[in-house]
Structure formats: C-alpha cells, structure tokens
Design a protein around this ligand. Structure first.
Ligand code: C2E
Ligand code: CA
Ligand code: CA
Ligand code: CA
Length: 275
C-alpha cells in the first residue's frame, strides 16, 4: 500500500539501524560541537631524511567531545563529507592553521588537507587568497594536500582550480599516493609539487616484497618526474633507513612525532634549536 510522506519518514526512522542512527547523531552533534569550539588543530612534524630536521607540519583536526572524548577524524570526516559540513569545517581549519603558523618565529611550512567537496568549489582559490592576505602567511609556506578522490570527478575543473591555487604561490601535494585507481595518469595530468606515499605501503617496506617494490618504483618514477616524495607512517628506524637509502626526501610518522597540540610544540616553532 502507498504511504504518505510522513508515514514514510516515520517508517524510515524506526527501521534505521544502530550504525546510521549513530551517524545521524554525530552529524547533528558536529554542528553543535563546532559552535561550542570543540574542534582543535593538531600538528605532526615532517622531517628531512637527509638532515633529520623538521621542515614543516601537517595539520590534523581533532574533536574534543565533552562526552565521547577525543573523536578521531576517521569517525567524523566521512560524515562531514556526506553532509557538506566539511566545507565549513575545512575552511575553519585553513584559517586557523594560517593564523597559527604566521605567529611562529621559525617559518615552517604547513600542510592542510583539502576535502574533495572543497576542491569542487569554484571559490576555493579566491578563499585561499583571502585567508593568506588576512593572516599575512606567505603563500609558499602553505601546502594543500589533495587526494585522488578529489580530482576524479571533473578532471578539467580540478586542473583549473589547481592551476589557480599554484598561481597564488601555494604548493599542492598528492595525498595517499597509491590508494586510488589511476595514480599514474593522475601524476601525468596534474602539476603536483609533492607526492605523499600512503602509510599502508610504508608499513610493509621491510617485511613485504610487494610494498617495498611499490615504494621503490614510486620513488624512481617521482624522481624522473622531478617531484619530491614524502613517506607517511614512518614508525621506526628500519622504515627510515629503507626510505633514506631509496632516495625518499621527507618523512612523517610516529618515529619523529605523533600529531600534537600546538602548546606542546611552542619551543620547536619558536626556538632556535633544530629538534
Ligand atoms: P591523512 O591525511 O592520511 O593523515 C595522516 C594520518 O596518519 C593521521 O591520522 C595521522 O595521525 C596518522 N599517522 C601519522 N603518522 C603515523 C604513524 O607513524 N603510524 C600510524 N599508524 N599513523 C600515523 P588522523 O589524524 O587520524 O587523520 C586521519 C585522516 O582524517 C587523515 O588522513 C585525513 O584524511 C583526515 N583528516 C584529518 N584532518 C583533516 C582535515 O583538517 N581536513 C580533511 N579534509 N581531512 C582531515
Ligand atoms: Ca593528509
Ligand atoms: Ca595521507
Ligand atoms: Ca591516509
């Protein structure tokens, strides 16, 4: 029998499984939490394999929920993507990260994640330009990390946006390299300034021949394209040694440091010591 809209909505509601109810609750909570200032930025250092020195930080968002505790981005970013809230959240991350970095005495680079929905927005380059101007952060200190899923839709549109962003002087990194469908053709089409190899591959470089082969060939390919590579998820000396010996320039991972609140990094970003 046909139902009215109202009945449908009601029926739909009670049939929702626990997981979707939980997602709905989080989606509603997220907006409220944002207004209550529960989100904060963590910073994870990125180091040179050659000198060991810190060269920059990736900015990673955290949600300090009054009841749930620290909610990992893996739980709320996908929901924010679906609801579109990521546009507001991503904009906030960009602004806060630039405001923070410009205060540091040492001019480290910051890498900010840009979600596919943000990249689909034609006003992104103008917004980035505005944030740079308002905060005074030099464009070359800002790197935007984009994933392949952010550019598989309308490639021409994405390419145009990336060109506009690069024209501002901002750097563009390809994030999670190796996890998409067509990483090779993506590399050919888009003018990336950096490739970040996904930590799923780094995990196996010393124990798994396939992972080692993939990482090694990525490094060779990137080097012949003249694109520097950063490896994520570097957790121990074995990972670092492998990457260094294969010519990887930069690393990020628990070996050098976990993502941290800026209060814990004050000395590093303002001091003169090369920790
Ligand atoms: P991602 O961009 O690939 O970020 C790297 C993730 O790897 C971070 O997880 C980081 O904490 C984790 N990680 C770093 N080093 C190691 C390591 O040595 N071992 C292991 N096991 N993990 C390591 P996190 O902070 O939980 O973020 C997860 C994902 O959430 C990010 O993956 C990114 O896709 C997304 N995300 C985080 N912040 C933002 C944001 O501001 N905007 C957007 N759009 N996405 C974000
Ligand atoms: Ca990233
Ligand atoms: Ca990544
Ligand atoms: Ca990843």
């Amino acid at each position: 029998a046909k139902s009215t809209g109202a009945n449908m909505a009601c029926f739909y509601d009670i049939s929702m499984d626990a997981a979707s109810r939980e997602r709905n609750a989080l989606a509603i909570d997220m907006r409220a939490g944002f207004l209550r200032n529960e989100f904060e930025l963590f910073f994870q250092r990125q180091n040179s394999t050659r000198t060991g020195a810190v060269i920059g930080f990736e900015v990673l968002i955290r949600w300090r929920h009054p009841v749930r505790g620290l909610v990992p981005p893996s739980e709320f970013i996908p929901i924010a993507e679906r609801t579109g809230f990521i546009l507001e959240l991503g904009d906030w991350v960009l602004q806060k990260a630039c405001e923070e970095a410009v205060k540091w005495k040492r001019p480290f680079k910051i890498a900010v994640n840009v979600a596919p929905k943000q990249l689909a927005n034609v006003s992104l380059p103008a917004r980035v330009a505005e944030v740079l101007e308002q905060t005074g952060l030099p464009a070359e200190r800002l790197e935007l990390e984009i994933t392949e899923s952010g550019i598989i839709g309308d490639q021409q549109h994405a390419l145009q946006l990336i060109r506009q962003l690069k024209a501002l002087g901002v750097k563009i990194a390809m994030d999670d390299y190796g996890t998409g469908y067509s990483s090779l053709s993506t590399l050919q089409l888009f003018p990336f300034d950096k490739i970040k190899i996904d930590r799923g591959f780094i995990d196996g470089v010393v124990s798994n021949r396939q992972s080692a082969a993939i990482v090694r060939s990525t490094l060779i390919l990137a080097s012949s394209l003249d694109i520097p590579v950063l490896a994520e998820g570097v957790e121990n000396e074995e990972h670092l040694e492998f990457l260094r010996s294969e010519g990887c320039e930069e690393v990020q991972g628990y070996l050098y440091g976990k993502p941290q609140p800026i209060s814990e990094l004050a000395e590093l970003v303002n001091g003169s010591d090369l920790v």
